[in-house]
Design a protein around this ligand. Structure first.
Ligand code: NDP
Length: 327
């Protein structure tokens, strides 16, 4: 088996040298165990925060979800040939003893299996529940989403359109902006790197923003506050702008005072909160994908050796769509 470990905790944007690929021999299977071979592996921004939070240290195996196929089995529940999903880490082969660590894929019909890591999986469910449960947007309301061409953001905007909202979104390149404007049909799109954000927001939402799905935080979020409407809602999904920050962070009372004066509801969330509701959400997502109401983009890397490259692309913004490593 090949398995990536964290060799050096990240300082700033992760570098390829921060990781090390180990080769491991696998034992024979014991009763009840299965051998999983990775087919598709996911890299996600939260893996960066695990290092900042000290939950991954030098020498720790890299964690993450993968779609795998069972190639040997001593369990009746998971015969050879079964496709599963599980948090098995950045590794090619895994002996699983505790079968609660894997589960069958959601119903996928004939969709590519990799979608179980994207719109049908963690990033899609994040968009679904963050938007529908935290923001609860009403038809006609304006929904702002940043990182709008990303794995989460692109689905947020599309579900908001399905729900009859006006979608304002931004992304960090012209190609990304073109895709979300022309193919996904978002109403107002801008490249946040080439505009004055405050001016772009005034123009995009002169009457204010009811719902803000925030993937970025930091200065971006502070700039959005004055554009929020009375009783606006903010879903704090992620903080891309802070993950690689070094040194003291800019801060000031103003954005936080706005929360109080505008009586905003601002709520952080982790997608696992709705774990028990994933199945019906996946059925609905499957239906939308089949009807062409939800489109998706994948940014494929080939070979487990490319995992650090795929991961780093998330922070350089060079990924376009859900980053998936095809083993
Ligand atoms: P994306 O596919 O959106 O990829 C990350 C994107 O972030 C990049 O492509 C880039 O897009 C943007 N970006 C990178 N660095 C910065 C920066 N310094 N400032 C602003 N934007 C930056 O990733 P995901 O869709 O997987 O994740 C999006 C967010 O959702 C992340 O914050 C993640 O942590 C969060 N998340 C939260 C979950 C939860 O349960 N709360 C679960 C899953 C994800 P661009 O080119 O547009 O700048």
């Amino acid at each position: 088996s090949k398995a990536w470990i964290l060799e050096t905790p990240f300082h700033g944007i992760p570098k390829e040298d921060d990781f090390k690929l180990l080769k491991e021999d696998l034992n024979d299977l014991k009763d009840g165990e299965v051998l999983c071979e990775a087919l598709y592996l996911s890299v996600d921004p939260y893996m960066r925060s695990l290092v900042s939070l000290g939950m991954l240290k030098a020498g720790s195996p890299m964690v993450g979800d993968q779609v795998a196929i069972i190639t040997e089995s001593k369990s009746r529940d998971y015969p050879v040939g079964t496709n599963v999903i599980g948090r098995l880490g950045w590794r090619s082969h895994t002996i699983v003893s505790d079968l609660t660590h894997i589960k069958l894929l959601p119903p996928m019909d004939d969709l590519p299996l990799s979608l179980a890591l994207g719109p049908m999986g963690m990033t899609g469910m994040t968009a679904y529940f963050g938007l529908l449960e935290i923001l609860d947007p009403k038809p006609g309301e304006t929904v702002l989403v940043n990182s709008g061409a990303g794995a989460v953001g692109s689905i947020v905007g599309q579900i908001a359109k399905i729900k009859g909202c006006r979608v304002v979104a931004c992304a960090g390149s012209e190609d990304k902006c073109k895709w979300i404007k022309e193919d996904l049909g978002f109403d107002v799109v801008f490249n946040y790197k080439t505009v004055d954000l405050g001016e772009a927001l005034s123009e995009a939402a002169p009457d204010g923003i009811e719902c803000f799905f925030d993937n970025v935080a930091g200065d971006f979020m502070s700039t959005v506050f004055p554009h929020m409407k009375l009783y606006g809602r903010i879903a704090c999904c992620g903080t891309m702008s802070t993950y690689n920050a070094v040194g003291p962070q800019p801060s000031g009372p103003h954005p936080y005072m706005t929360i109080v004066f505008k009586q905003l509801r601002l709520e952080g969330f982790m997608v696992r909160r709705w774990w028990g509701k994933w199945s019906p959400a996946q059925v609905e997502m499957l239906q939308w994908i089949k009807e062409g109401k939800i489109k998706y983009k994948e940014c494929l890397f080939h070979g487990i050796e490319t995992m650090p490259k795929g991961f780093i692309s998330l922070f350089e913004g060079s990924n376009f769509g859900k980053v998936i490593i095809k083993a």
